[in-house]
Write a protein that binds this ligand. Sequence first.
Ligand code: SAH
Ligand code: SF4
Ligand code: F3S
Length: 471
Amino acid sequence: MARIPPEADAMPFSDKTFWIETFGCQMNVHDSERVAGTLAARGYVPVERMEDAGLILFNTCSIRDKAAQKVFSRLSQYKALHREGRIFGVLGCVAQQEGEELFHRAPHVSLVAGSASYPRLPELLARLEAGERRVSGLEPAGDEAFETELTRRGHPYRAMLTIIEGCDKQCAYCIVPYTRGRERSRASAAVLREAQALAAAGYTEVQLLGQNVNSYRDPSPAGLSFAELLAAVAGIPGLKRVRFTTSHPRDFSAEIVRVLGDHPALCDHVHLPSQSGSDAVLRRMRREYSRAEYLEKIALIRACRRPLAITTDLIVGFPGESERDFEQTVELIEQVRYAGAFIFQYSPRPHTEAGAWGEADAVPAEVKTERLMALQRRQQEIQAADNQAWVGRTIEVMVEGFHERLAQWSGRASSNRVVNFSGSGKLENTAPGALPLLRPLRPGEYAWVRIVRAGANSLVGEQAPPPAAGA
Ligand code: SAH
Ligand code: SF4
Ligand code: F3S
């Protein structure tokens, strides 16, 4: 371990304004909401611009090298603010990956904390406030999930809710088990209490989060399975849309599909990362399923009582991936016809099995880029063709905002497809005899939209009356 620079410039700080920039997955976005809640409870006030904050936090991602490098470029970009007495903190996966080495790489950083240490944030903050110059929280995850009432949600109508933290899988390429630690599920009663409180506070959409939601194991005597938990959340009055991410194919069960069929509040969408279409690559990735087993799960989902959109994650250029392996991935997306796919170039990561393999089987950078582009192109063609099936149908959309440039509203369908639409607004004051009033739509409201056009990445429509029942 490199020597940590001396604590020459220790001083207490009293500027209780903060700013957090978040990178990475939804787990991180939600963690930032919990960190913001903890800060608010200690009297900190959020500010709009980093330059105005006394405490500047980066909640970081290290899933690929590029993501991890972002924080270092941010840190050097804003280094001058440290001389003005601002305090810098690095949270999340890069913090856990780098540990105290981070104090050496960026000596103006005063706080380094991984996600398993967030329950200790009040104590870590108190030490910073008292003037301690380098404070770290880097312990491995314990057995219990992080429970806190101190969440400051950034979104007024769609709420994220963690049900399981960490990951017990050991995919050869992935740093998450190292940065997030072992799996810890929350007690079902705590999840349900939080979901009920969200509904009572006016949230209509809840997203259940975990690196691997379907390996959820209720630690309480209630012993709910993931599917039972889904059903229970979906049954909470007021919740209109319940989503969940991410599902691991190995743990994805017929019971989940049955529950999806039975509960209209569960969204028409399953995100099921396949990573590759080649058995040889899946084996080396340690994904714990073959292509055929993956396709069996797809068949289960396709057999659901109502149509579900299926999306995925794919990695190209994993070490040893041959042209034939890659073609099998192309064939897989043609066979499944995903409604969307996140496609990544393999990036070697520290603390992973594949990261230690060296260059011998590495796929050259230009081949990775070619494969990425070829797969993306094919996926776009599939989406463009399949989205045509939506033209002429009327679907319900949760309004997210208004696009000034397009002069259109934008929102999402239950399938998570983006829908842009023109609309007159919402009719109010519709009691008999009253003068009806047309007001603009508001984010978080639902509108019915008749789809008139479809592109690869969005549907375009116009506001319309709801379809007649049974239509
Ligand atoms: N827990 C989720 C995914 C977490 S990371 C799951 O298992 O599906 C999100 C995605 O990042 C992964 O699905 C994978 O496609 C991608 N990813 C992870 N590690 C990567 C690496 N080293 N290089 C490139 N992509 C990676
Ligand atoms: Fe990473 Fe695999 Fe765990 Fe997903 S299941 S977080 S890809 S180790
Ligand atoms: Fe990134 Fe950590 Fe999420 S590595 S993807 S922020 S779990």
